[in-house]
Design a protein around this ligand. Structure first.
Ligand code: DAH
Length: 337
């Protein structure tokens, strides 16, 4: 082929070239060892000597043009290729996650709420063992072996002296044995009793509160509980104390709050009374303080034990405690999104 024909053919071919693979083949076809241009250059030996220099220069100029065109076309095709891949391999970030979102358990919501309130009042949060000794669960709390108060708490015994704690009150003695006042703690956790019906579950949750210091009164207890109740059930919630008995508090009280459902008028939730029983509390029995090595002439305190499952049931209108433990997602996912 003559130089002009090669130039024209090259122009057409490189213009029509659509991909990097064919461009590479084209490069071999024109500039390779036995390519068109190389063959043309080799034909220089057939020319008369005087024509050789200008012919050589022209071939080299054409090689320069071709190399420049290849470089330029390579850039164009690479850019196109990148654009095509960006289109094809695009990650659709608008696609919603397929993972179902979890929700906090109603008891967890209540626990967080009560803990947050009490932390803000300066209480410290501690947790204790669920497998407990008879000593801390009962004896240290003024409940000796044959005490009738044991009947109120159907206990899961592991051995004669080891059991699943029936009350977070077990933490009271553990703590007071180790620390001198001032003490201001709450202990949330699981407790266990051999009992099961719509309002009792073999496992449930309590928060124990314990304050021991100088000059603590029932008013401090009432103020603390009023603060918790008004935050949990609404500003106008009233709190009342009824005399009761717990071996580890003296005096002991049962604490009721005005029914959050009817505001105290009387409804099916509060069985027409306008009040809902919420927790047990009292002034720490001096016997318990002394047993733990705290001078009961110098210090006194209050304690309370809130059933968190009960609070959740009242607050969210849950009719059966067992719903809290059956792990039915249709029930659970309604809470704490
Ligand atoms: N531990 C008691 C129960 O489970 C509740 C309780 C009552 C806790 C009085 C207290 C308290 O701290 O002072 O029935």
């Amino acid at each position: 082929m003559k130089m002009n024909e090669i130039r024209a053919a090259f122009e057409t071919e490189i213009t029509n070239c659509q991909d990097l693979q064919s461009l590479q083949e084209l490069k071999v076809k024109y500039l390779g060892k036995s390519g068109e241009l190389t063959v043309l250059l080799k034909s220089i030996k057939d020319l008369p000597a005087e024509e050789r220099p200008s012919f050589g220069a022209e071939v080299n100029a054409l090689r320069g043009v071709m190399e420049a065109r290849f470089a330029e076309k390579t850039d164009t095709l690479k850019a196109l290729d990148m654009q095509r891949r960006l289109q094809e391999e695009k990650v659709d970030i608008s696609l919603t996650s397929c993972k179902p979102l979890g929700a906090s358990h109603p008891v967890t919501l209540i626990e967080n709420e009560i803990c947050d309130l009490l932390i803000a009042m300066g209480f410290e949060v501690l947790t204790g063992p669920e497998i407990e000794t008879d000593y801390y669960n009962f004896k240290a709390l003024n409940i000796p072996d044959d005490h009738p108060a044991r009947d109120m708490q159907d206990t899961f015994y592991i051995t004669d002296s080891i059991l699943l704690r029936t009350q977070t009150s077990a933490m009271q003695a553990r703590l007071m044995e180790k620390r001198q006042p001032p003490i201001k703690v709450i202990c949330p956790g699981k407790v266990f009793r051999s009992d099961s019906d719509a309002s009792h579950s073999p496992v449930f949750h309590q928060i124990e509160g314990l304050v021991v210091d100088k000059n603590i009164t029932l008013c401090d207890l009432k103020g603390t509980l009023e603060y918790i109740a008004s935050h949990l059930f609404g500003e106008n919630t009233k709190v009342r104390f009824r005399p009761s008995f717990f071996p580890f508090t003296e005096p002991s009280v049962e604490v009721d709050v005005t029914c959050s459902n009817c505001g105290g008028k009387g409804c099916s939730l509060c069985k027409g009374t306008g009040w809902i029983e919420l927790l047990g509390a009292g002034m720490v029995n001096p016997f318990v303080l002394e047993k733990c090595g705290i001078d009961s002439k110098k210090y006194n305190g209050f304690a309370f034990g809130i059933g968190m499952d009960r609070v959740a049931m009242i607050k969210y209108g849950i009719p059966d405690i067992r719903l809290l433990f059956e792990n039915d997602q249709r029930f659970l996912k309604q809470f704490g999104k």
